[in-house]
Design a protein around this ligand. Sequence first.
Ligand SMILES: O=P(O)(O)O[C@@H]1C[C@H](O)[C@@H](CO)O1
Ligand code: GUN
Length: 308
Amino acid sequence: MPQVCTNNSHKNGAKKTDMNNDESYTYENLSETAEFLLTRVPFKPSIGIICGSGMGCLADALENKKEFPYEIIPHFPVSTVPGHMGKLVFGYLSGIPVVCMQGRFHYYEGYPLWKCAMPVRVMKLIGVSHLIASNAAGGLNDKFKIGDIMLVKDHINMLGFAGNNPLKGPNDERFGPRFPPMNKAYNRELIDQGKKVARELGMGGMVHEGTYTCLGGPNFETVAELRMLKMLGADAVGMSTVHEVITARHCDMTVLAFSLITNICITDYECHDKPNHEEVMDVGKMRQDTLKLFVKKLVEYIAQHNPQ
Ligand SMILES: O=P(O)(O)O[C@@H]1C[C@H](O)[C@@H](CO)O1
Ligand SMILES: Nc1nc2[nH]cnc2c(=O)[nH]1
């Protein structure tokens, strides 16, 4: 049975998050969050996992779990999207301590990007050096099929083109530099390992690498938008991950991200199918055993080799 934690000092959702959109969390705010967690968990994970839509099963695979509903964690936002449980889960995968976000925060929920990405900084403060971020995405690349996995080799930050960035605002050097590079955002060794693991598990044919792009959502894209994104070089489109990865790289975490292709993007006006969130979650469920195994093997590799 997982141990579900409570927090009497933050009952009934009465949390200290009365900030407006321009005021980011301070280092001290996030240190309080980290301290809250560290005093309640008897181990320090160095690997963090973010579960995409319909992929909460990744957290279910943990052993000796200690769960923190987001409502009870100081300064944490709450999840509002079906398929995102809203729990921070600590536990062991193959005997390796990890922390898992069973539910993430999206821009379309009304949160500014710095708030969506705040758990990444909390992970950093509790000792996480490696982040595995998963997401559900629409496939733009003609080779992709529903249920395939795309290891993210790069991203196109569409929200960032308009100046919307999780690092916008005053920079605290204790997290990272004012102008972080992003040309090596996704760790090459881990991408290669992802492909190797896929081959070993007999799923080599369903694993690709490609470029992810994030739009604000919540609507799925128009045909013209998808045609444009494809021309720009995007292989998959989603509504998350990019701001988390920027935040993780800013504080020098090593990142692996992957997309589960839950639908094929419709770039043809004659096609009458409509993408929907239920289908997205169903594909996550359909692939849950494969994803659990895939992530477990990657966690084992990171724990043994620690690529930087
Ligand atoms: O949290 P992720 O990026 O996996 O969720 C995707 C994008 C939307 O939140 C949702 C659309 O079905 O899935
Ligand atoms: N933006 C976007 N996000 C998704 N998440 C899952 N599928 C899709 C999609 O087609 N577009």
